[in-house]
Design a protein around this ligand. Structure first.
Ligand code: APR
Length: 244
C-alpha cells in the first residue's frame, strides 16, 4: 500500500507473546526444547525416521493452542488496528492468537499449526478446524499430510516478503523472542537505520541488539502500555516513561 499515509507499526512476535496465554516458549529451562529434542520432532530427518512421533508432538501442541485464548498483548495490537493505525504482524508463532484477537494482517514465518499440508506439494494446504493429523491422512495427490510448519533445516518461504514489510515500518515492535533462530532474527536488519525498534521481553536487557530500545517487561504489561500511548496521541514513538 504505497499511498497509505497512516502510521505503520510492524510487529515481530515470538513465543513470549503467547506465554501469558499458557503456550510454552522454547528455550526456557521449562520450555519445549527442554522436554523434547529438536532432532527427534522438528526436522525433515525426524519426519522420515518416525513420522508418528512427529505427528503426535504437533497434535499435542495443536490441542494446547485450541485451549489458549489471546491475552492483553494480542488484544492491544488488534485494538490499535481497529483505531485506524496500519498494523502488520510478522510472527514466528504457529498459533492463531493474533488472528483470534482480531488482527487482520498476520504473516506466519514458521507456518501454522492449524493447517495440514501435502508432503509432495507445499501449496496443497488443508485447514484443521478440529482433531489432529494421523498416519494415513492423505492429500488430494495421495501423499501423507504433515503439519504446515517450517522445521529446522527447511527454507523459510516468506522471509523476503517479511523483510519488505519491515523495511516499510515507521516503528518496529519486537515482542517475546530470544532472537536465537535464523533467518527470522535477521529481520531486524531489514529496518532502515532511522527507524526506531523496540524489544518488549522480560530479558530485553540482555537480548536486544545495539540500537534497539529495551522494555524489560512481559508482553501482557509492556505491549498494552505502549499501545495506550500510541492510541492517545495518534502516532508511534517510544515514551521515555516506559523505559526501565
Ligand atoms: N512476555 C514477553 N516475553 C516473554 C514472556 C512474556 N510473558 N515470557 C517469556 N518471554 C520471552 C523470553 O524471555 C524469551 O526471550 O520469550 C522469549 C522466548 O524465546 P524462545 O523460547 O527462544 O522462543 P522464540 O524466540 O519464539 O523462538 C523462535 O525457535 O524453535 C523455534 O520455531 C521455533 O518460532 C520458534 C523459534
Amino acid at each position: 500500500m504505497a499511498n497509505d499515509s497512516r502510521p505503520h507499526l510492524v510487529v515481530f512476535s515470538g513465543s513470549g507473546i503467547s506465554a501469558e496465554s499458557g503456550i510454552q516458549t522454547f528455550r526456557a529451562s521449562d520450555g519445549l526444547w527442554a522436554e523434547h529434542r529438536i532432532e527427534e520432532v522438528a526436522t525433515p530427518e525426524a519426519w522420515r525416521r518416525d513420522p508418528a512421533r512427529v505427528l503426535n508432538f504437533y497434535n499435542l501442541r495443536r490441542a494446547q493452542v485450541r485451549r489458549a485464548r489471546p491475552n492483553a498483548a494480542h488484544r492491544a495490537l488488534a485494538a490499535l488496528e481497529r483505531q485506524g493505525f496500519r498494523v502488520s504482524i510478522i510472527t514466528q508463532n504457529i498459533d492463531d492468537l493474533h488472528e483470534r484477537a482480531g488482527s487482520r494482517n498476520v504473516l506466519h514465518l514458521h507456518g501454522e499449526i492449524l493447517k495440514a499440508r501435502s508432503t509432495v506439494d507445499a501449496r496443497m494446504q488443508y485447514p484443521l478446524p478440529r482433531g489432529g493429523i494421523e498416519l494415513g491422512d492423505i492429500c488430494d495427490k495421495g501423499s501423507q499430510l504433515r503439519p504446515d510448519v517450517v522445521w529446522f533445516g527447511e527454507a523459510v518461504p516468506h522471509f523476503s516478503d517479511a523483510c519488505e514489510i519491515v523495511a516499510e515500518a515507521d516503528l518496529l515492535l519486537v515482542v517475546g523472542t530470544s532472537l536465537a533462530v535464523m533467518p527470522a532474527a535477521s529481520l531486524l536488519e531489514c529496518t532502515p537505520l532511522e527507524t526506531p525498534s523496540v524489544l518488549v521481553d522480560p530479558e530485553a536487557e540482555s537480548l536486544a541488539p545495539p540500537g534497539v530500545t529495551r522494555i524489560s517487561q512481559s508482553a501482557g504489561k509492556g505491549v498494552p502500555a505502549l499501545v495506550r500511548h500510541w492510541r492517545r496521541e495518534g502516532r508511534l514513538w517510544v515514551p521515555e516513561i516506559l523505559l526501565g
